[in-house]
Design a protein. Sequence first.
Lengths: 331, 289
Amino acid sequence: MTRRGALLFVLFVAALLAVPLVADRYVVSVLTTVLWFAYVGQAWNVMMGFSGLLSLGHALYVGLGAYVSAALFVHFGIGPWLGLWAAMAVAVAAGAFIGFLGFRFGVRGVHFALLTIAFAEVARIAFDHLAWTGGSGGFFIPVDAAGGDDLLNLRGSPTLFYYVALGLTLGALALARVLLHSRLGYRWLAVREDAEAAEAVGVNLFAARMWAVMVSAALTAVGGVFQAFYFNTLFPEQVFAMGRSIEIILPAIVGGIGTLFGPILGAFILTPLGEGLTHAIALTGVDVPGLKLLFYGTALVVIVVFLPDGVWPWLAARLRLTRRPGEDDPS
Amino acid sequence: MPLDVYLNIVASGLLTGLVYGLAALGLSVIFGVVRVVNFAHGEMMVAGMYGAVLLFAAFGLDPVLSAPLVAAVLFAFGYALQRGLVNRFVERPEHMQFILLLGVATILLNALLMIFGPDSRGVHVDYAFDAVEIGPLMLDAVRVHAGIGAVVVAAALFAFFRYSRTGKAIRACADNPLGARVVGLNLDGLYAFTFGIGAAVVGIAGTLMTLIVEVRPQAAPEYTLLSFIIVIVGGLGSLPGALLGGVLIGVTEALAGFLLVPSMKTLVSYAVLILILLLRPQGLLGRRS
């Protein structure tokens, strides 16, 4: 990162910190969504961007995180900061199982992606029939109207959730940066670029890939915990839907797969665009169910055709934010 | 429980499975030659289903008869898609191709949703409630029509690849793209042709499917997944494997729908997929790479 880039980043964080002081509830809630997608996109990026493993079933980890923490809270009164560890453990176990199935038996590329979708679908059907968490009728976390801000139980105002989301996003960014410059991170990049060559120089492919899945699953599950306590309602048809998995991967793809700032930029582009579109549709008064997703689909095609590396590498080169654009400094 | 009941369930699952297999055949053809996974496969199938529904509503045309028309339209669509968009992605990394087709699938699905709305529509042929009796079997006439249609189209497809010059040229491209180019084959053209054939085949599977189930746009991703599962279960790149996988999944689904809660029957397909990945990762008829 250049000095200019670092300065802009500090300004960016300062602006985000100041937002709730000046903006109204609506802006804060939209930005919370932006930050959530930036966070989960970063988590997905660990698998796809760093290690080249295409997962199209990340809704599975979000959903597991959400359901586990919500069930612990509702049934046993265990708060989200404790429940989050259980949520991560369950998601890691699920990720490890999928990874084991895939990597042991040479299920690669698109077929691995299919396997991830299959498991998300299995979870959707299973939670539809699981009476303990409300089945297809939905699972609800009681809202304590009088409570005020309670960080310990993650109950409170939109501003509280905004700052938690901001903390998660910046934390994931820092963690991703540390991971990328660790031994593990270099192994991931080697596996991503050329698995055979990496194996030849002694990288354990299976272990590197398993770590990627498990780290990604754990991070994503935390996003699920946040979602559960922010929205207070969970429906299997929404939480585990394939459309959800696609929404999760879009910011990273649009922003730039494998870059640290790509998922954040992508979320800042897509969510406001989607919101604007929703408003524009509402203003015209026509209720067309598929229009928003039609727009997302078109965005996907346009991006992958014209900016296959994403918006961030292109923008960073334009603004001279990174040291050597196109070279090995993905920050 | 009398044996006859089970025989009937297996037979009707087999007939549905043949149509599933035909849909998967389209996916297998495209993947085997162009090396691109058509993530918009279920959407193309649903487009074919709506084609049959529209032709039935407008002219009372039986889906078996509307199949060639729908096939022609989808062939043109597949050809144009490969020529205009997918072809420039053939050399790109796998995940890029996947994302591109995911985008195409999302556009198609939501376009269908906007045009036709979320409600189910069906085709009501006059033999809808007839039955065909063969010994102890009592089969729905519509299923028999659909199953026979699927077998005829699959046989035609096998014959095309085995005996026609174009079919042989396409197989050459699949075996060795570079060699095919060296002997003067037009790879881009043949790829587009193949994508067209795959789209036409799944379109026909869609029209036949309207005999058995009603159509709604939201079912499209399920059909995509179903085709993927069948192709993996049957063995990648194996055309007979796709048909066999289709029949296997069809029969398992029918039995599961009878023995379990109907809404859990897709769970069984995933269980079959996971079992196959564990025990025979190359698929039933696939070769180990």
